[in-house]
Each structure stands twice: as structure tokens, then as C-alpha cells.
Ligand binder design. Sequence first.
Ligand SMILES: NC(=O)c1ccc[n+]([C@@H]2O[C@H](COP(=O)([O-])OP(=O)(O)OC[C@H]3O[C@@H](n4cnc5c(N)ncnc54)[C@H](OP(=O)(O)O)[C@@H]3O)[C@@H](O)[C@H]2O)c1
Length: 323
Amino acid sequence: MKAISTAKYGSPDVLELVEIPKPEPKENEILVRIKAASVTTADTMMRLGKPLYGRLFLGLSKPKHPITGTGFSGVIEAIGKNVNHFQIGDHAFGESTFGQGTNAEYLCIPESGIILRKPKNISFNEAATICDGTLTSWNFLKELGRVRKGHHVLINGSSGSLGTAAVQLAKQLGAQVTGVCSSSNINMVRSLGADHAIDYTKEDFTETGNCYDLIFDTVGKSSFLESKKVLNKNGTYLSPVLSIPLLYQMLWTSKFSGKKAKFSATGLLPVPKLIAMLQEITRLLENNKIKVVLDKTYSLAEVPIAHRYIETGRKKGNVVISL
Ligand SMILES: NC(=O)c1ccc[n+]([C@@H]2O[C@H](COP(=O)([O-])OP(=O)(O)OC[C@H]3O[C@@H](n4cnc5c(N)ncnc54)[C@H](OP(=O)(O)O)[C@@H]3O)[C@@H](O)[C@H]2O)c1
């Protein structure tokens, strides 16, 4: 089968289209013929091997798992004899975090891994992205931030993968939502349900005089120290982008401050917790309460081009490869 492989860390030039044996499912595994795979900001960081502490999981000097990509959707082609809950022909989606990558024609994944049936009303391309922006934003807003009806929530970076999902999910949780994005994305962010939109090229959200119960900086471009002046009493600042200052602020605020700074590594949460969140998300998608925002679609051979596009930092929603 064809796959995208990285023999070493580096620029998108290290991504190679290779021919490797098609995997065969073990007794507890499912063989998926991949129809679409996400290409994410995290994929570009894993390719670079940065931040360096990530190499503790990914491989110290070169990637332990050379096939790139984590999110997938596809059709189940074969199942091992101990697989009980999936059948050949089922349409599925999920994530392969520390196993074989998903930028390939086939994937073997254990039934106990992150694999669910695809909602019928969304495309394979849309389904492949769910485990990136939608799952992460649900984890941050619902689990970590405990967003409730009536909360005032600000989403910084509301036009990215996490941001486009976060605006919609915060609305579903009953919040008043302010999205922060550049001029060209204001209309999209409003169309996703944001009650207010701030153009960061014209206005600094920490200087408008408005305060929030929760600030979710999806792109890690602000700081807790600047943002806390516009957090309400006992408000929460969330960022999915870990830094030394954020780590220190998390520790400090967990003990000594009503206003909290928080981070979570969504992909490292226990699989049953991730599955439970994905089931909630699936219901929202099936009931047309939220949608996936797709930006560009590439072919498998174009994964290096997709990585270069993501590294511009300008993508709107999600990028996928379609097979
Ligand atoms: N901790 C976790 O569990 C977890 C999980 C998944 C991802 N992540 C991380 O989350 C981060 C976000 O990922 P993503 O894929 O959502 O990002 P992304 O889609 O690459 O973000 C791109 C968007 O950010 C906007 N943007 C750029 N500079 C901005 C600024 N100064 N203020 C506001 N918006 C700005 C851009 O809009 P303009 O072009 O209009 O500027 C663009 O639409 C990444 O660092 C990723 O590694 C963490």
C-alpha cells in the first residue's frame, strides 16, 4: 500500500511517498480502508520533533512510527476474530495516536482503540477531522472549563481547527460567545454562531473593557498574565499550547488564585474518556447542531504541500487528504 513516511525529523521535505506491505488485522484488530485523513498543526510539530520534550513519546533521534497522521475515516475491510462491535462494510472514524499513522491507504487499529461509527450525515473528509479540533475543543470547554449556560466565553483564534469548533460548541453549552479572528474571517466566525467578533488586527481583546468567565486561546497567541485582567472573578484561562510560563501559572493558580490557568493534552486522556466525548460530539453532528469547517483537501502524495500550507498559520478550520 502507499503511505507517507518520515525517516527523520525535519522540514516537509522529509515526507516521502513510499510503498509498504498492507497491514493484516490481528485477532482484536480492525482493518480500515482509509477514505480521508486529517493533516493537523500537531502533525507538523511531530514531523519537526518539536517541542523537544515530545520526542520522549515520539522517538529520541527519529520518529518511532514513521507513517504520519493521526485522524482518519474509512470503510472497514476486515476484522479479527475477536472483534465484536464492528462489521465489514461499516463506515468509521477515529484516531491512531501512538500506533501506525493514518496518511496511508490502510490502517489496523484495535477495537479497544479510538474508533467509532461515522455519523451518516457527514462526509468522510469531515469525519477525519473530528478527533482534532472538535474533540480538543469539547475537552477544553466542557471538561476543563465547565462552560455553562449564561457564561461569557471568548475564543481567541476562532478561525482555526480548534477555534471553528470551539465557537459552535460553546454556543451548544449555552454560552455568550465572542470570537477573536482577523478581518477576513469575521463573517465566517459570526456564521458559526458567535454573538460578537473582535478583529485582532484592529482591537486587542484585553483592552475592550469587556470581561469573560472563560478565555480559550486556541492558538496560544495571548498570555494568562495579560488576559486575567479581563477574566471575571474565578474565571478560567485555557490554552492547548503548552509553554513554561503556562505550566508555572497552572501550578501557581491551582493553589493561590481564584482565576485559573489550565492546559490539557487531549490525546493523552484515557481512551474510554475520549470515546465518551466523541459519542457526545457524534450526537451533536447527527442532530446538525454543529458542523465541521473544511479548508483545503489534498491527495496522499500532496501531504508535504498540506504541511507547508498549515505552517503558514493561516488555515481556516481543517485540512484533509482524500484517498
Ligand atoms: N493540547 C491539546 O490537546 C491540543 C490538541 C490539538 C491541537 N493542539 C494545538 O492547538 C493549536 C491550535 O491548532 P489549530 O489547528 O486550531 O490552529 P490553526 O488552525 O493552525 O490556527 C490557524 C488560525 O489561527 C488564526 N490566527 C493566527 N494568528 C492569530 C492571532 N494572533 N490571533 C488570533 N488568531 C490567529 C489564523 O487566522 P488568521 O489567518 O485570520 O490570522 C488561522 O485561521 C496548535 O498549537 C496545536 O498544536 C493542542
